[in-house]
Design a protein around this ligand. Structure first.
Ligand SMILES: [Zn+2]
Length: 247
C-alpha cells in the first residue's frame, strides 16, 4: 500500500453473505488459512472498492498492529466439508459472472486445454498489476509480491456449461505456485505439483476480477481433490469431466 503496509487480499465464502473479499490483511495471518472458518468485524469502503463482495477489516488502519486479534477462528472444514462446499458452489462461468457483475465465483473446468508459463514481461494489458493479492503463508512468508517473480502460470480451459465462445485463458495468483517457485528453480514443475496432468485429481478454480479492470478475471486459487475421495463423499465424478492430458 502507499503507506508501506504489506497486505494481501483474501477471498472467502459466508453462509449468510455469500462471497466475501477481505482486505487489507497481513500476509502471515494464520487465522486466514484456507478452509478455516473465521468471524471478523468488517466495514465497507466504497471509495476504494465498490464491488459488492468487498469489505475491509473494521478499523484496519488504526489498529493495524493488532489486526490479527480481530480475526477469530471459529472452525475448520474437514476434507468432506471442503469437497461438499466446493461442489455446491461450483458452476460459474466468467462470462456470466461478468454480465451479472459478480466479482468472485467457483468454476468447474470441464476440459483443461493448456497450462503454460509466460514471462512476466510478456503480460498483456488485460492483467493488472495493482491487485493486492500476493502470498499467504506462515510467519516466515516472504513479502515478495507476484510481480517479483519471472513467470506467471496461465490456465486455458472450458468450464462446465460454458457460455463463452472462446476458451477461458486466465493467469493464476494461487499462492502455492509462488511457494513452489520459492523452493524450486524448475518453473514448469509447478504444473505437476498442482497435479494438473494427473487424471486421478479433480480441479476447481476459485476466480475473481480485478478492481481496476472489472472484466478481467484471474484464478485466485486452484482447488483440487482426489477423485476417489470425492466418490467416497457421494459425489459422482464423471470420467469425461476429468482434465485432459497435455504436454
Ligand atoms: Zn465458461
Amino acid at each position: 500500500m502507499s503507506d508501506g503496509r504489506e497486505t494481501v487480499c483474501v477471498g472467502g465464502y459466508s453462509r449468510t453473505e455469500g462471497y466475501v473479499r477481505l482486505y487489507p490483511t497481513k500476509p502471515w495471518m494464520d487465522e486466514l488459512s484456507r478452509w478455516n472458518v473465521v468471524s471478523v468485524p468488517v466495514e465497507r469502503d466504497e471509495s476504494h472498492d465498490n464491488r459488492d463482495e468487498s469489505y475491509k477489516i473494521a478499523g484496519s488502519r488504526r489498529e493495524w498492529d493488532s489486526l490479527h486479534e480481530k480475526v477469530d477462528k471459529v472452525g475448520e472444514l474437514d476434507k468432506s466439508e471442503q469437497i461438499e462446499l466446493t461442489h455446491e458452489l461450483a458452476g460459474d462461468c466468467r462470462k456470466r459472472l461478468n454480465e451479472n457483475q459478480v466479482s468472485l465465483g467457483v468454476v468447474e473446468p470441464e476440459t483443461l486445454l493448456d497450462a503454460y508459463l509466460r514471462d512476466l514481461d510478456d503480460e498483456d494489458d488485460s492483467e493488472d498489476d495493482t491487485v493486492q493479492q500476493t502470498l499467504q503463508g506462515g510467519p516466515k512468508a516472504s513479502v515478495k509480491g507476484k510481480n517479483d517473480y519471472e513467470k506467471k502460470l496461465y490456465l486455458k480451459y472450458r468450464c462446465d456449461d460454458c457460455d463463452q465462445k472462446t476458451p477461458h485463458d486466465q493467469s493464476t495468483i494461487e499462492w502455492g505456485v509462488y511457494r513452489y517457485w520459492d523452493k524450486n528453480d524448475d518453473f514448469d514443475g509447478v504444473i505437476d505439483a498442482l497435479r494438473l496432468n494427473d487424471d486421478s485429481w479433480k480441479h476447481y478454480f476459485f476466480v475473481g476480477n480485478l478492481n481496476n479492470h472489472r472484466t478481467s478475471y484471474v484464478v485466485i486459487s486452484v482447488l483440487r481433490f482426489k477423485k476417489d475421495e470425492m466418490t467416497r463423499n457421494g459425489i459422482r465424478v464423471d470420467d469425461q469431466s476429468g482434465l485432459g492430458q497435455f504436454d
